[in-house]
Design a protein around this ligand. Structure first.
Ligand code: UN1
Length: 512
């Protein structure tokens, strides 16, 4: 516990926050709510956080509006310089920020550090991007005319993030949005407000050193009501929301109603296909990390395993053997592989899913229980489950945010791909095979229908350089790398006439 207290101190995070953070200075909270935040790691109180209401929201919006006018006029490479400095601050504080993430959220320290590394990576990416916000030039059909397109900032971007990646997903959005000339207002999960506060405290160092105005990056700790304010607010040009499909459906509707833009990164129901031509040892590592990493609480978690019937029994035996060796416990202890679920409500969902699976005719092959006793006082620890199931079961069709791996058999590759695609979600997918015909079919237009399709790599742990997101009920948005930045800007087509005539396009005659 001593170590955690020191972490808070070093990050400048007060464990009793009575005002709302705006990146640089604080706004006093008027009549707002205090929330007790508890760590799933040990069940102990982390601290108390003030959650913003409409008064603080309006104050923050005003700051963001005036910062937006300033920030969009700063040249993009200079905006990149601010992001570069933030990346360096993160490098210096990787260990302590990773520790706080691990303690507050419950993911293993390795994964907490990995999450901060993901922030550093996106900073590097955004710095380079700040000199590459390219538009195209086109040939005009009219003589003496030039056509090109340019990309302008949107203004204010709202970022709603989930508890499972309490810091990295904000960075994917905020760093790209920043080099694109936008200011951001971040509403983190109400379950992990302290990690968010720590990110903003680190940002404060950069804002102060560069004498930037209030409001370029802001944080508003609050609950659903604040998310709805962002979604309904015409002043917010883009809302990027990560979370459940139910949340995305509601946010998406509100934003669409006012013709705002949205990026939705929602639920996944990701499968790995293991064919008879797979390297089993490689597949094993990917399956186990994909299914139990972050205690099954990644949107990219491996939830379904589709195994060729000729290797089904052998592979399952090996997976169960590894599950038996997994150490479950305090995520800050480097010996443990699996930490807790975020809270006891999540444990309830886990246990209910296992029960429902049994009712539908499925079989629990391993795990599926809540852990009790010494080290498990928070009530949030479970043994990851391996369950024999059919893809058509109602429970298999749903995303349960917990470590449950549904295993099923297939006979031919087209059947396996059809099973992989036969869910509502479309985020991540993978095939393990050394047979090029199988892997190419999987990647073809007849193959996986997901936003991410991997070969001999698991479903989770995507790198920031690619566009991240998925199809169907995953929401269709793309964040992070590739050309995802385009969603954070508005495109303008410019046609310039450098002659003394005014010819009309499409050859239209209009003489008088
Ligand atoms: C998420 O779970 O919302 O691909 C994001 C991964 C991580 C990001 C997951 N890089 O597993």
């Amino acid at each position: 516990m001593q170590k955690i207290t020191q972490v808070f101190k070093n990050l400048g995070v007060k464990q009793h926050c009575e005002s709302v953070c705006t990146g640089l200075n604080w706004i006093d909270a008027v009549g707002s709510e205090h929330r007790k935040i508890v760590s799933p790691t040990d069940g102990k109180k982390i601290g108390e956080m003030t959650f913003a209401g409409i008064t603080e929201y309006e104050a923050i919006l005003k700051r963001a509006e005036s910062a937006s006018n300033f920030w969009k006029q700063i040249p993009a490479p200079k905006r990149g310089e601010i992001v570069r400095q933030y990346g360096n601050v993160l490098r210096e504080n990787k260990e302590i920020l990773g520790t706080l993430v691990s303690y507050e959220m419950g993911k293993s320290l390795q994964e907490g550090l990995g999450e901060v590394q993901e922030m550093i990576d996106i900073c590097d990416y955004a710095v380079g991007l700040s000199r590459q916000l390219h538009g195209l030039t086109m040939h005009s059909e009219r003589p003496g005319h030039r056509m090109y397109e340019q990309w302008h900032p949107l203004g204010i971007v709202g970022v709603i993030t989930s508890f499972n990646f309490p810091v990295a997903v904000w960075a994917w959005n905020a760093m790209i949005a920043a080099v694109c000339g936008n200011v951001t207002i971040w509403k983190p999960s109400e379950k992990t407000p302290f990690s968010a506060l720590a990110c903003m405290n680190l940002m404060k160092k950069v804002l102060e050193a560069n004498q930037l105005p209030e409001g370029v990056f802001t944080l508003i700790n609050g609950d659903k009501a604040i998310g709805e304010m962002l979604a309904n607010d015409k002043r917010i040009a883009l809302v990027s929301a990560t979370g459940s499909t139910a949340m995305g459906r509601s946010v998406g509707k509100m934003v669409a109603e006012r013709f705002g833009k949205s990026i939705l990164e929602l639920g996944g129901n990701n499968a790995i296909i293991v064919t008879e031509n797979a390297s089993i040892d490689m597949a094993l590592r990917a399956i186990v990390f994909g299914a139990v990493g972050t205690a099954g609480q990644r949107c990219t978690t491996t939830r379904r395993l589709i195994i060729h019937d000729s290797i089904y029994d052998t592979l399952l035996k090996k997976i169960i053997k590894i599950y038996k060796q997994l150490n479950i416990g305090n995520p800050l202890d480097a010996n443990n592989h699996v930490g807790p679920l975020i809270d006891e409500v999540a444990v309830g969902h886990f246990l209910n899913a296992v029960e429902q699976l049994k009712k539908e005719g499925g079989k629990v092959l391993y795990g599926g229980k809540q852990l009790k006793g010494e080290g498990y006082e928070s009530g949030c620890y479970v043994t990851p489950a391996i369950c024999e199931a059919k893809n058509t079961y109602k429970i298999v069709q749903e995303e349960t945010f917990a470590p449950i791996l549904y295993v099923m058999k297939y006979k031919n590759i087209s059947e396996a791909i059809a099973m992989q695609n036969d869910v509502k979600q479309g985020l991540s997918s993978a095939i393990f095979s050394n047979n090029i015909q199988e892997t190419e079919v999987f990647l073809s237009s007849q193959g996986s229908d997901c936003g991410i399709a991997n070969v001999n790599i698991g479903t989770s742990g995507a790198e920031i350089g690619g566009a991240f997101g998925g199809e169907k009920e995953t929401g269709g948005g793309r964040e992070s790398g590739s050309d995802s930045w385009k969603a954070y800007m508005r495109r303008q087509t410019n046609t310039i006439n450098y002659t003394n005539n005014l010819p009309l396009a499409q050859g239209i005659k209009f003489d008088f």
